[in-house]
Design a protein around this ligand. Structure first.
Ligand SMILES: [Zn+2]
Length: 248
């Protein structure tokens, strides 16, 4: 899920279907999207095939809305495969891509991997870009990196909350989405151990957003109609009839 921060820079190049296309990246500022180094693009590609480029420079590209692959359901990871090099590499790359974006959550389909894996984390640093009032209303607290494989999500209680949310696959936009205020998530961690997380507030929202990706659902598929807007217009008044932000 995309961070709720104002961003005034935009990506220059359109995204493509080459999910593992190497991207030569200049070092992104802490809260800027990665900037592609256009001058060395073809050289980077050549380096990839020749094995000349250092792997640490190559990150998968985030698949953008408009690509039908984001509406396809993901497959479960076989438990005996969790410890494999392949799955561990996918997890490592997902964490890197999420942090580089930066975002508070990422699902494997967003880097073109149709598997049920999500990563999420929220930090005090990220929260500095939101007002204290918003943080309180959203019931948002920082939490350490969570990796959940084959997550199963269950609603707890009957409270829900309406807030704007964004997605790294729908860059530059936000919309209000109704989410459960409390959920229970079960699944496996990256070591194959069964885990259970009781999440509430913003963390519960991130879990629901990321688990939706695994079902092939984007937030735009369930947003409150007429609340879709650019980040720059986030604070403008809502259209008549739209629900007020908050829990209920
Ligand atoms: Zn998303």
């Amino acid at each position: 899920m995309e961070l709720s921060i104002q961003r005034f820079t935009h990506r220059i190049l359109p995204s493509t279907h080459h999910y593992f296309k190497p991207i030569s990246r200049t070092r992104p500022g802490a809260f800027r999207p990665p900037v592609r180094d256009r001058s060395s693009g073809s050289a980077a590609r050549a380096g990839w095939f020749l094995g000349m480029r250092e792997k640490k420079d190559v990150l998968p590209e985030i698949v953008k809305a408009g690509d039908p692959v984001l509406h396809e359901p993901a497959q479960e990871v076989r438990p005996e495969e969790i410890g494999s090099k392949r799955i561990q590499k996918i997890i490592d790359e997902m964490v890197k891509v999420m942090r580089a974006a930066p975002g508070v959550g990422l699902a494997a389909p967003q880097i073109g991997i149709p598997l049920k894996i999500i990563v999420l984390e929220d930090t005090i640093e990220y929260m500095r870009y939101t007002t204290k009032e918003e943080i309180k209303a959203q019931n948002r607290q920082p939490f350490d990196l969570l990796v959940v494989i084959n997550p199963k999500l269950k609603r707890k209680g009957n409270q829900s909350a309406f807030f704007f949310e964004g997605c790294l696959s729908v860059d530059g936009f936000r919309a209000i989405v109704e989410r459960h205020s409390e959920v229970e998530v079960t699944g496996f961690d990256r070591f194959g151990q069964a885990i259970k997380v009781d999440a509430s507030g913003w963390q519960a929202r991130i879990f629901q957003h990321e688990c939706d990706h695994l079902d092939g659902t984007l937030y735009v598929d369930k947003m409150v109609p007429r609340t879709f807007r650019t980040v720059e217009n986030l604070d403008l008044p809502l259209a008549a009839g739209c629900p007020k932000l908050g829990a209920r």
